[in-house]
Design a protein around this ligand. Sequence first.
Ligand SMILES: Cc1ncc(COP(=O)(O)O)c(C=O)c1O
Length: 348
Amino acid sequence: MATLQVSEDIRDFENSPFGEKFCPWMVQSRFERGRWQPFEVLAASDIILSPAAKGLHYGSEIFEGLRAFRSSKGPVLYRPGMHARRMAHSARIVGMEPLPEQQFIESLRALVLRCESLLPVFPGSLYLRPFMMGTTSRLGAGIADDLLFLALATPFGMKLDPARPKTAGAWVSRDFVRAVPGGMGSAKVAGNYASALRAMLQAKAEGFENVLFLDALERRWIEELGGMNFFCVEDEVLRTPPLSETILAGVTRDSLLALAKVLGMRAEERPLAISDLLEGIQSGRVSEILACGTGSAVVALTRIGDTGITHQVADGNPGPFTVRLSEMLFDVQFGKAAALAPDWLISC
Ligand SMILES: Cc1ncc(COP(=O)(O)O)c(C=O)c1O
């Protein structure tokens, strides 16, 4: 389907794949004549772009993904400030003028309110997809003078169950890397996802849903998945690789590190070698592996595939750390447990 599909009936979203149908509203703002113009809420529809728009040729396209929940205090955005700052970071990396944080948040609040009748109840949410691209109509690589910011909304996650995180497998990419030092790995730039596709296809062909990327230089250190950050539980300690310029600073990653402390778990950021992880799975030292991101929340990685061998993690079911973190994350997002900072839940 090459045109935008919208619906006002929540049942349409329950029965169609994620990201195929959208709420009938979107927000738009343009950067023109050297400044960001006020945002508008418009009927969601296809857009008209010059075929010479820079974003279509030279990769000036960045995006975010965040969620709105129907909490006990009404509709809320989850950590929109952190998403706004990450989008500003992505914008700077590709030479775009960042959208001011306040405008980012206000425009999404307005969108959620307009789409409120399609905001699902627990455990569902409204997934918001703000994105920005260079629209200057001129061939030739370079900075775009004109930018377009849009945000779409789609109901999502009505079948997620906090107490039963989804399980999935991850395949270790030995041939392809996602990001290099000095590159764009810490940004949510469209090109990063294009460069991850070959690895993704290989993983699928091997029977795995996700790719586990290693560092580009030594091909030794675990970085992250194609669209989620990585954690393991080793000797009862929750571990994740430290942030770097080759890892996307996930909002969910940051949330889990904070929530782990509240739950009394020991948590640390430290480099994780793939050989140690695989050896730890074999010996039982690594008892759980999990991935996290806005879309899927917490996912138990129960199978790691590497060079033709599948390593099953523990008994192949989500472990206790994974389940507790998943439940706690939902509790915070729906306002059932106190958020750790006042800006975690912003009313719409
Ligand atoms: C490459 C990558 N890493 C990690 C994440 C998780 O980030 P977040 O928790 O902010 O959704 C995402 C998803 O946005 C991603 O695309």
